[in-house]
Design a protein around this ligand. Structure first.
Ligand code: AHR
Length: 512
């Protein structure tokens, strides 16, 4: 059926890709995940136990491992979140696990059957790396130091021998270490000065003894940074960065965390499903505020760290909606729709455009919680629209950012105006060019014409993700409502043309 382009619509969006001006590397860690002991994120989502009838390897679900392996998860942040500041690692090792509580998240029982070794095994199975959050809120520097000794020493210390006795004689690699979580709120309500005194102590004494992680490969210690737009977070960021600029030899940090969720009203959260264009456009407008926040905190960091040694690590981000009716409100269960796929693409593009400063992020959270990749129900598993965005973006991991110029135009609904189009480009290690284009407009398709400055497009192939409605979801019964499909492209006179479906995320590989 022929489609008519309304007269008010610019017929085409022209993209100009300048491969002669490569930018920074889009660090693969930008595609990191977060798995907290929260609801069914770990228990039932990852861990079912070796005795389960659900197919598993040493207690870890095979279906989930296979799905995560395919999206090349670079790192997983664990065990929290707020949970991290109440976690005591010794309760989760050895044959006898202590049964405790999880007061933050529903007050449920924490069996500690998924502990240090199970987490490291999970990482091995999915091919990922550890980002541990140590307990600053209710733990001690000694407890955290002993955890790292347990994990990383090769010496025959009591803790080293205990690790071997518990099944892992060789030391573990711990590339990333978070020192506290939201220490300005759930992590202990600290002032910036109080937190800084803790940071200095933890940074000094929580050592990584793994011989392979000295010098260049040293563990990256990530300090608590801002959590949104409030003035107190400006002060916090200033204090931590200012202290770091003048830091003594005896302490250091290699990253500053930032948290920012997309929520329109915390006290009256949007629904994750069963919404229309109004909520679609309002929510996407809200998510685009990530750009302002990243710019704002990058500017502060630039003042104290003009060489950009310290990455801004956005280790919690994503959509936060009202809990699904009938679910435990402490479990943060929500649906994941086409809107979330578009939201993920917009945020990943913001991070890519700031790749000189943003070198690691962790979407919240991996399974069954908030903006998840995967949802499970006993033996059933479904991949969400957000999962498919992460899959489509795999070629952007460690690719070199390439500038794309375009006039985005405007999509308007009621009093909300958004750019119609968003796009990024990057070159991978083999020299192949990748282009991502998002059409935010839920009603109009868009003709794209892409040209390369100083070279010709020879051919292009790609995939697009869209669905009938802005709130279309994948369910256990219908898992393929929002899945990527091939998109047809044409190349003429060295230029690439294609038509983007309304409300779609598209990734194209371009041969030049
Ligand atoms: O991701 C859920 C919670 O949100 C985390 O535990 C906490 O750090 C944040 O407030």
């Amino acid at each position: 059926m022929a489609q008519t382009v309304p007269a008010s619509d610019p017929a085409k969006v022209r993209l100009s890709i300048d491969v002669s001006k490569p930018g920074p590397k889009i660090d693969r860690n930008i595609f990191g995940q977060f798995a907290e002991h929260l609801g069914q994120g770990v228990y039932k989502g990852i861990w079912v136990g070796p005795e389960s009838t659900i197919p598993n390897t040493r207690g870890i679900r095979n279906d989930v491992v296979k799905a995560l392996h395919a999206i090349r998860v670079p790192n997983v942040r664990w065990p929290g979140g707020c949970f991290a500041d109440e976690y005591h690692w010794r309760k989760g090792i050895g044959p006898q696990r202590e049964v405790t509580l999880n007061p933050n998240w529903g007050g449920v029982v924490e069996p500690n059957t998924f502990g240090t070794h199970e987490f490291m095994d999970f990482l091995d199975q999915i091919g990922s790396e550890a980002y541990l959050s140590v307990n600053v809120g209710s733990g001690t520097p000694q407890e955290a130091a002993e955890w790292l000794e347990y994990l990383t020493t090769t010496q025959p210390t009591t803790l080293g021998k205990k690790r071997a006795a518990n099944g892992h004689p060789t030391p573990y690699k711990i590339p990333y270490l978070g020192i506290g979580n939201e220490s300005w709120d759930c992590g202990g309500n600290m002032t910036a000065d109080y937190y800084l005194s803790q940071l200095k102590i933890y940074s000094r004494f929580v050592r990584n003894f793994n011989a392979a992680q000295q010098g260049q490969q040293q563990m990256q210690k990530i300090a608590v940074g801002p959590g949104g737009d409030e003035p107190r977070f400006v002060e916090w960021t200033e204090s931590v960065m200012k202290a770091w600029q003048k830091h003594q030899w005896s302490w250091d940090m290699q990253g500053l965390s930032m948290h920012n969720y997309t929520v329109v009203h915390w006290d009256k959260k949007f629904a994750s499903v069963g919404f229309g264009e109004t909520e679609y456009s309002q929510f996407l407008k809200e998510t685009l505020s990530m750009e302002g926040l990243v710019s704002k905190y990058s500017t502060i960091m630039d003042k104290y760290d003009p060489q950009k040694k310290i990455p801004l690590v956005i280790d919690e981000w994503g959509a936060w909606y009202a809990p699904l009716p009938g679910s435990n409100p402490g479990f943060l269960v929500q649906q994941n729709s086409l809107r979330d796929a578009i939201l993920a693409a917009l945020n990943l593009n913001i991070f890519a455009r700031h790749a000189d400063r943003v070198r690691m992020t962790n979407i919240a959270q991996m399974i069954n919680v908030l903006q998840a990749m995967i949802m499970t129900d006993e033996e059933k598993m479904v991949l969400t629209p957000t999962y498919y965005v992460y899959k489509m973006y795999v070629p952007f991991q460690d690719a070199i950012f390439v500038p794309v110029a375009f006039n985005a135009g405007t999509y308007t609904h009621g009093d909300v105006s958004l750019p119609r189009v968003d796009a990024i480009a990057a070159k991978d290690a083999t020299g192949k060019l990748w282009l991502e284009i998002t059409n935010l407009d839920p009603n109009q398709s868009i003709e794209i014409e892409a040209a390369l400055a100083g070279s010709n497009v020879k051919s292009a192939v790609g995939q697009t993700l869209t669905a009938p409605k802005v709130d279309s979801v994948n369910t256990f019964e219908r898992p393929s409502t929002v899945v990527p499909k091939p998109i047809s492209t044409s190349v003429q006179g060295g230029k690439l043309t294609l038509k983007l479906e309304p409300k779609s995320v598209t990734v194209i590989s371009v041969e030049q």
